[in-house]
Design a protein around this ligand. Structure first.
Ligand SMILES: NC(=O)c1ccc[n+]([C@@H]2O[C@H](COP(=O)([O-])OP(=O)(O)OC[C@H]3O[C@@H](n4cnc5c(N)ncnc54)[C@H](OP(=O)(O)O)[C@@H]3O)[C@@H](O)[C@H]2O)c1
Length: 341
């Protein structure tokens, strides 16, 4: 008999009680987020805030959002907003999350949650002091496929896990103005792309005991490409991230009795292939495809808020801080610092 996949326990995103969302920083992923929540949840995006009123108004017009404001402070202070989604460059996340928290607003903060662990820790402490929920928008963690993987691991379906492989590389034409390449905006592969395989390794193996990294930098000094080994006990995660090439973006988890392959891109709804001594089974991708899967993180946070919880059991703030601590150490080894850090 071929091995069986457990059923995902992830709730239907339509089940989460509707909250009124404010989008802070209307860039590319903010547009994808609004499309996903509008299509697959009962969440309502009621306001958008930009550094420019013009940009806020055109985003609002494009997405049918009723209110547009020309500052982030006006957005977080808007009494019609229950929860704020922060979609700015990495360098801005911590300050803006603290702005929302001081206004008493729960926050969903795009990955990477902050530039470094110290900033992430400050946001976590502010959220806890204020009793306000805060969560990293590491959307993979809230996908149904991730719950399936969690159950397989908990059930020991792979035996003792020894090896995690994952990569996230995309080709970007070099543009010093782009947030991806600008040191001042905490650009580079690690915070934008590498955070996915690093968070994945954390999900599977927990905290690393040791980190070994090597990489190359751009002329401006952000990481262009990094290869990393994260060691937890006797298990190893071998990870790669690059801005210089489109890589397979696949992941796998292998253990003493089986292996699980996740098709690329592994951080989005993907195909799972499970191989054990009983044979091989394939699980097709979750039906809500691609970036529409962002709906799950929004629904998860809305449900937490409705339940009076302040942290996600699927991605606690301590794990978000730990991921950034791992990235801090990787950056130290490859020699990347951001101005003003
Ligand atoms: N979950 C995912 O799949 C996914 C995918 C891509 C990116 N992301 C994450 O989402 C965040 C934003 O990425 P993006 O690709 O959407 O970026 P983007 O298109 O460049 O948009 C970022 C927005 O941030 C605002 N901003 C605030 N301060 C800024 C500054 N100093 N310089 C430039 N822009 C500034 C801008 O809006 P205003 O000036 O109008 O306020 C801009 O539109 C990052 O954390 C990234 O890692 C997540």
């Amino acid at each position: 008999m071929t091995p069986a996949f457990p059923t995902a326990r992830t709730p239907n995103p339509l089940d989460a009680p509707p909250l009124r969302w404010g989008v802070l920083a209307p860039g590319r992923i903010a547009a994808a987020f609004v499309t996903a929540v509008s299509r697959y949840t009962r969440q309502r995006v009621v306001a958008v805030g930009s550094r420019s009123l013009d940009r806020a108004q055109s985003f609002a017009a494009a997405h049918g959002i009723e209110r547009a404001v020309g500052s982030y402070a006006a957005l977080v202070d808007d009494p019609a907003v229950d929860v704020v989604y922060i979609a700015s460059p990495h360098s801005e996340h911590a300050t803006q999350a603290q702005l929302a928290i001081s206004a008493g607003k729960p926050v969903l903060v795009e990955k990477a949650f902050a530039r470094n662990a110290a900033e992430a820790q400050r946001v976590a402490a502010a959220a806890r002091d204020a009793g306000v929920p805060a969560m990293e928008a590491m959307w993979t963690r809230f996908l149904p496929q991730t719950d399936v993987i969690a159950q397989l691991l908990a059930d020991g379906a792979l035996g003792e896990v020894t090896t995690v492989l994952a990569d996230h590389g995309q080709y970007f034409t070099h543009d010093p103005q782009s947030r991806l390449f600008a040191p001042a905006l905490a650009g580079g592969a690690l915070l934008d792309l590498g955070v996915y395989p690093i968070s994945f390794a954390s999900f599977v193996l927990g905290a690393p005991d040791a980190v070994v990294a090597t990489g190359s930098l751009t002329d401006a000094g952000v990481d262009a490409q990094v290869s990393m080994t994260l060691v937890t006990g006797s298990a190893q995660a071998c990870l790669n991230t690059t801005l210089l090439a489109r890589t397979p973006t696949t992941a796998s988890i292998s253990g003493t009795t089986g292996s699980l392959e996740i098709s690329g891109p592994f951080y989005a709804p993907a195909t799972l292939a499970l191989t054990t001594a009983d044979g091989r089974s394939v699980r097709p991708p979750d039906p809500i495809a691609g970036h529409l899967g962002l709906c799950h993180e929004a629904a998860h946070l809305a449900q937490l808020i409705a339940d009076g919880a302040t942290e996600s059991p699927l991605l606690p703030l301590d794990e978000t801080v730990r991921t950034l601590r791992t990235i801090d150490e990787i950056r130290r080894q490859v020699g990347v610092t951001y101005p003003g850090e």
